[in-house]
Design a protein around this ligand. Structure first.
Ligand code: UDP
Length: 324
């Protein structure tokens, strides 16, 4: 059996990755402290509940399964919260990762696929953003992920731990079969919020800014389907195992979609009326964030199955309308 440890495997992207890993013959071992994950999402492979900063716990999991690789999703991801509570982010993201890497080193597990983020780039100096774009995060969340990327570089040089750092743009959508989906508490992400409004779970959806220098005045993002992200992780692991070369890659569709276009898409897909109201810009939001993912396309032979925003929204609608 080919075992992989999946930290944060009870969370949104981690759970989708477990499903894909199981589908291609791996045995995912979810390691999650359930501080933000959902136990019912850990349904492929094995589940071990515990904290990455608990050395004895982690060491026991490595010794039990002798994993070929670690897929590292565990971490906090709220930009606003990270500004208010940076210690939480440096402790939960950076300190926990150092503990994980030390357990890997002690147990001779030398491959890690790391969940990084476009937030490591900060305000875009040009668009689409490629991997050479300067990394100057503007909040502790992005900073914590960048620190981890730097630690990975050092651990590679010193201890031979090889990594793929995957910088996602806007993870979105849900598993095609509707088994798992996006569920955050509190919810801050656009697509789930618009769907909640269409379902009558909230009165309206706020559009954060209508005076951006974009075609319709609202902010533009690159929404990439969560199952496409999961596939990229597996391809990145297989490449890493084959070549032994560390790499950092962007994951996005290369296509920008505005806030208004997302709202229109939810109206089309759901067939429901929904109220949108204009609001102030949200602090720290750049006008446009779109990935140049050509390197991932070429190096991983990765292609997004979901290129159309309605197709992405449809999978999210399917999950939310069944589970809310
Ligand atoms: N957004 C919005 N209203 C909301 C939530 C988000 O207009 O209630 C906008 C937000 O300003 C950004 C885009 O939608 O331009 C995507 O935001 P999200 O929080 O989903 O992801 P982010 O880009 O911050 O990672």
């Amino acid at each position: 059996m080919k075992y992989c440890i999946v930290t944060g495997g009870a969370g949104y992207v981690g759970a989708h990755c477990c499903k894909e890993l199981a589908a291609v013959g791996y045995f995912p071992v979810v390691v999650d402290n359930l501080s933000r994950g959902h136990k019912q999402f850990a349904k492929w492979g094995a589940f071990r509940e515990g904290d990455l900063r608990d050395h004895a716990f982690l060491d026991a999991v490595f010794k039990e399964f002798l994993p070929e690789a670690v897929f590292h999703f565990a971490g906090y991801t709220y930009v606003g919260e990270s500004v208010e509570k940076p210690l939480l982010y440096y402790n939960n993201n950076v300190v926990a990762t150092i503990s994980l890497l030390d357990a890997m080193r002690e147990n001779a597990c030398n491959n890690i696929i790391f969940s990084s983020t476009a937030a490591t780039y900060g305000n875009p100096q040009y668009t689409p953003i490629d991997e050479k774009h300067p990394q100057e995060p503007i909040n502790p969340y992005g900073q914590s992920k960048l620190f981890i990327e730097k630690i990975l570089e050092d651990y590679d040089r010193a201890y031979g731990i090889k990594y793929s750092a995957l910088r996602y743009f806007n993870a979105s959508g849900a598993d095609e079969d509707g088994e798992i989906g996006e569920e955050h508490d509190p919810e801050t992400h656009l697509i789930p919020l618009v769907i909640q409004a269409a379902l009558g779970k909230r009165k309206n959806v706020k559009i954060f800014g209508e005076d951006y220098p974009t075609p319709d005045g609202t902010a533009v993002r690159d929404y990439v389907h969560v199952t496409d992200l999961a596939t990229a992780h597996i391809k990145a692991f297989e490449r890493l195992a084959h070549t032994g070369e560390s790499i950092s890659l962007n994951l996005g569709t290369g296509k920008g979609t505005s806030v208004l276009e997302i709202i229109e898409s939810v109206r089309r897909v759901s067939g429901r009326p929904l109220e949108a109201v204009m609001a102030e810009r949200r602090a720290g939001d750049p006008p446009v964030l779109v990935a140049d993912s050509s390197a991932a396309g070429k190096i991983l032979d990765w292609k997004c199955r979901y290129n159309d925003v309605d197709a992405i929204v449809k999978t999210a609608w399917n999950w939310h309308s069944k589970n809310l």
